[in-house]
Design a protein around this ligand. Sequence first.
Ligand SMILES: Nc1ncnc2c1ncn2[C@@H]1O[C@H](COP(=O)(O)OP(=O)(O)OP(=O)(O)O)[C@@H](O)[C@H]1O
Length: 795
Amino acid sequence: MNVVQSSFDLFDDRKPYIKGKMIQELFHNPESYFTVTRIRISDTTETINEKEIMIVGVYPSLAEDEIYTFWGSIKQHPKYGIQYSVEQFRKEMPQGREGIVHYLSSDLFPGVGKKLAASIVDTLGEQAIQRILEEPDCLREVPKLQDKTRQLIFERIQENQGLEQIIVKLSEYGIGISLSIQIYQKYAERSMTILEENPYELIETIEGIGFKRADLIGRAVGIAEESAERLQAACLYYLREQSEQYGHVFLPLEQYLTDLTNWINQLQSYDESSAYPSSIPQGIERFSRKKAIIDELSISNQIIELGREEKLIIEEDRVYTPSLFYAEKGFAKKVRKIHQNGLAASFSQQEFLKALGELEERLCIEYAETQKQAIEKALSSPFMILTGGPGTGKTTVIRGVCEIYAELHGLSLNPEDYVKKEDPFPILLIAPTGRAAKRMYESTGVPAVTIHRLLGWSGGKEFKHDEDNPIEGKLLIIDESSMMDQWLANQLFRALPETIQILLVGDQDQLPSVGPGQVLRDLMQSERLPVVELQEIYRQAEGSSIITLAHQIKRQEAHIDIKTPSADRRFFACNQNSVVDAVGQICSSAIRKGYTPKDIQVLVPMYKGAAGIDAINKSLQNLFNPQTEGKRQVTHGDYIFRVGDKVLQLANNPEEHVFNGDIGEVVSVIWAKENVDKEDQLVVLFDQKEVLYPKNQWNQLTLAYCCSVHKSQGSEFPIVVVPVVRQYHRMLRRNLIYTAITRARDFLILCGEEQTFLQGLQKQDDVSRHTYLKETLQEWITETVAEANEATSTK
Ligand SMILES: Nc1ncnc2c1ncn2[C@@H]1O[C@H](COP(=O)(O)OP(=O)(O)OP(=O)(O)O)[C@@H](O)[C@H]1O
């Protein structure tokens, strides 16, 4: 294979080096890549006699049985003796034969395993790739190679000419095959040039490459710490990271500059012991390549430059990424337009009361005074917000709005009356998740879809509807709007006609959106749009103590009793070490009472640790769906997926109409030998729709017996089990617990430590989000709701 003659010659073999194989990794920080490994020396030009040495510095975890070359300097530690401080490193090229076997048995060639790949190389020699390209028929010489596989090998090699070189090269920096393929697909023959000249570009273009990984390549190819490319990439990356992690839409300039400077310096100050976690083995010197302190002035120069190039937007003392700046401004602009231009229904009080009376009769309920006001206001305002805790009748009001709107406009609510394209259904009901939309449909009888579906999302940034191709509709009702982030809100609003009427429904005490922003909260707090809050609880009337507990939490009452059992609520005391068993016992007991795994949902705030989601899922899998003879299962990383398992979708897959947070069941495992693609496959059933998962999509799935509170937003389950133990204490806060317990429809079981639960309720979200939506609306819409009301009442 010609990889060995790659033009990528960055390493100076004349400098002293040490070559060797790993014996043991003593420390590796996956964040900073600071690594300490003991290696067995196979060759060196340094003046040492040792056969083994400790390699200390910034490099990825080494692969077993691979030879690496390190360039650096020898340091003498008073206690631990000789150590080697690394400045550059390189994985030795795979030997010709080994490299081709590795390539041919990768996921690029489904159906070709190590054995077959070895047989191809044994038959065709180390020039196999070249030979196959020139004369595909040479593959006929390989024993037992089926025609279909032969064809596939040739086609894949032809499609990916040159890729094998990149794969081998990138593996030197700890970059695996799938990322290498993405890099190659993006840059083709320019891949190597990008890597050598500005690996930081990969952060923007390749998902899965963050600043630290790019910086690792940057170090290896010799890009200076203070170079503009590196610092600019750090500025952009840090801002994006802060938005993604903490939900900020912008950062205050001063804070951004200080925190970013500290972050950059901490990244490179590997020789300052304070920068390292205490888990580094004592006695290991903390040093690496030459250090350069980056001062605030250098960073601010780069920020100004990025501002000039419009890669950052600086408005007064706020720094934004362009996408969030335009999302926030664009959304605010459209809200103002709809608020001022939207066409509200016009009707007399008499007409309204008549329609309401008929509806009450039909539904056999009597709307409460605030609920009536909510319906009337929603119908007569271009933009209204309806809020309230669980069970206060938000959905009942939505139903009223739909029915009376239809009545007042003489419209039918039967979708079958709208089959013609030029006559679309006038009332659009949407929610951020599929399950929330389904609930909305079930309780109102009006069709409801996800926001993504309404927008005709087809993956990535592709939406069918936007300002040039707006959605058609007259009334739009958005439920669970606390989950809507600033990007999605803007995407939705830009696709709406200015004349549409909007009812936004949500509970601001629930968790904020996963993505940046706090759209619902800002809209409400701007005091520029009418808001109706429902406070009376109706589900309580049906005997629900779950709802009472939720409202006690919402009102921040001082004495909350979680221990006294009631008809729909229990508490079981247990500690951190016994909580997994306790959850198991609770679930077993529910199953004995006739509930199925689908009815029971365990909700936990974190994945890792002895009481984390992963551990609970493994234990519940054995309980709910144990391995039995003949039941098929596959292993994927740490997980086993077995026929009958309840699984959770972790990514949006618009082609198959399955979305992040959807829950399904594994209904079959198809072995590689049973399908034309020659790879193991899973079939998952979601709501009567079967979806096929080839192996490379298994990472979109996880077990769902237990899932995160975040993923459960917008859903309801008959039985919810919420363990609360000290291990979660960093994550616990009022709105998280509130969201978890309000997911329970019939029965709520809390287990764990009462004290930890009560302490969690005392904590609010510690970081408030930096957003400017509220202020923008206040600047742009001059009249407050109170003033508007006054003006109407004096007319
Ligand atoms: N005015 C009313 N009279 C009698 N029952 C009512 C009234 N309003 C609502 N309900 C009943 O209260 C229960 C909760 O109402 P609804 O589902 O509309 O509340 P919600 O705020 O949407 O709750 P959640 O947010 O938990 O879904 C329902 O069973 C509903 O029929």
